[in-house]
Design a protein around this ligand. Structure first.
Ligand code: GUN
Ligand code: ZN
Length: 459
């Protein structure tokens, strides 16, 4: 099953392709040559045929927002919402990555967690420490996964964040060095690379206006090389003391997005280059104004929607219909460790649950094709890589998962006994819904990126 073509999320159900007894043919270069019924497969003598029996093939999952330094912090007890959790748990935990031995271990465990969850491509919020980022890129390269990442930038913050903070000059120097070392380091060409870099200010409260201005200047210099921007926006709106109100008070802006759009400190001379664009992903966007959503749509900026994390941190719910109607690309993000699930299909399940629970007319039952779209093709689009991967269209790089229900008996029983087959379309939709809601990591038998089988042992 996959979402064919290049639909919007609203059209995902009519783009859903489901081929019982299907086949994928892959060229020696790892590109999709054929996707269709097995008995129409144009096989040549000598072709290697792999029979996956009763398993499902889905496109690899794309996680548009996941924190590498929080690998061991899933379900950490933070004793409060976002800012308390950061102070009590996250800043101290992330400080441990300064230790090279710990950095190597956590990079391996993070990469293995990605393989187990079938996350073939990800926008990875990085560690402050170059030694840990080097380990991350190296482990990712050994595994053969796709990654966009950058070191988390902090130039101001509470005492608990002190080990993660640098001077403004060092923030720029370290980020520039990371881009020069790792951007397309595997192929030398951003259009074919699996390793790509981003500029990653943690969030507005972690940087000064001068840092934001300097990052804008840096971005203007490296944008043409295909470098990304990644950060958080409008996550916690606790009145007075939450993230959104603090940004507005401290940065004197009308809306939070302005701080990333070169418009900080209106009325003063301090302003700068915008960080928005087709290679920018902003996580959460729970509490956006209409003007913020319109500006994101206008600039091609995407949202990483992280419902699992929003439940865990009490951040509220991104309004689904209003955000979709604004025309912004919405991809799913696990936000581990704010989210406590690596598996993007589980995040899609949480999206279903929170959006059906929206109040009154805003309540929406996402179609299973929209769930699959949000966790695959929309992620590729958010990464500005839709022409390369995200579905099984001929010519794309073959990123796919083999999902075998026999490996997870609750799923096998649900598919065998719970799906009605009186109406083929309904049976198809129920099958996909049950698959997404019911699968767990053990059901993911094999993971492929660009036609290459990803090997746990190589990490
Ligand atoms: N805002 C700033 N830092 C973080 C983080 O680590 N996780 C989440 N969910 N939000 C943030
Ligand atoms: Zn996050």
């Amino acid at each position: 099953m996959h979402i064919a073509g290049s639909p919007t999320v609203s059209d995902a159900d009519s783009a859903l392709v489901d081929i019982p007894d299907g086949a994928l043919a892959i060229t020696a270069d790892g590109l999709i040559d054929f996707c269709g019924p097995f008995d129409e497969l144009p096989a040549q003598p000598g072709d290697v045929v792999v029979d996956h029996g009763g398993a499902f093939l889905l496109p690899g999952f794309v996680d548009a927002h996941v924190h590498f330094p929080q690998t061991y912090e899933l379900d950490a007890y933070g004793g409060g919402q976002l800012l308390e959790w950061l102070n009590n748990c996250i800043f101290p935990a992330e400080s441990r990555l300064a230790d090279p031995v710990f950095a190597r271990t956590i990079a391996r465990d993070f990469t293995r967690a990605r393989i187990a969850a079938g996350t073939t491509a990800a926008m990875v919020f990085g560690s402050a420490f170059p030694v840990a980022q080097d380990e991350l890129f190296e482990a990712t390269q050994r595994a053969g996964l796709r990654i966009v990442s950058g070191r988390g930038i902090q130039t101001q913050g509470p005492d608990s964040a002190a080990p993660l903070m640098t001077s403004e000059a060092d923030a720029i120097a370290l980020t520039t060095a990371e881009i020069d070392r790792w951007h397309a380091a595997d192929t030398g060409d951003p259009d074919t690379a699996r390793l790509l870099t981003a500029i990653v200010p943690r969030f507005t409260l972690s940087v000064t206006t001068q840092t934001l201005a300097a990052l804008g200047e840096l971005y203007a210099q490296v944008r043409d090389r295909g470098v990304y921007i990644h950060t958080h926006l409008n996550e916690n709106n606790r009145p007075g003391t939450g993230e959104v109100d603090l940004v507005k008070q401290l940065f004197d802006v009308e809306c939070y997005l302005d701080t990333y759009d070169g418009k900080f400190l209106p009325g003063s001379a301090v302003g700068g280059e915008s960080l928005l664009g087709r290679r920018t992903i902003l996580a959460h966007c729970v509490h956006c104004t209409d003007a913020e959503l319109a500006r994101m749509a206008e600039t091609g900026t995407s949202i990483a929607h992280c419902p699992t994390s929003q439940l865990f941190l009490g951040s509220g719910t991104m309004p689904w219909n209003r955000t979709v109607d604004a025309g912004v690309t919405i991809a799913l993000g696990s936000d581990c460790g704010g989210g406590d699930e690596w598996l993007i299909s589980k995040v899609a399940g949480d999206a279903y649950k929170v959006h059906i629970s929206e109040a009154g007319e805003a309540s929406v039952a996402m179609h299973p094709a929209q769930m699959l779209f949000s966790g695959t093709l929309a992620g590729a689009r958010a990464l500005d890589a839709e022409s390369r991967f995200g579905n099984f269209d001929v010519g794309k790089e073959a990123d796919f998962l083999v999902i075998d229900p026999q490996r997870w008996p609750p799923l096998e029983r649900m598919l065998r006994n719970g799906v009605r087959d009186d109406d083929p379309q309904r049976a198809r939709d129920q099958t996909l819904f049950a698959l997404l809601m019911g699968m767990r990591e053990p059901a993911i038998a094999e993971v492929y990126v660009g036609g290459d089988k990803v090997d746990f042992g190589a990490v």
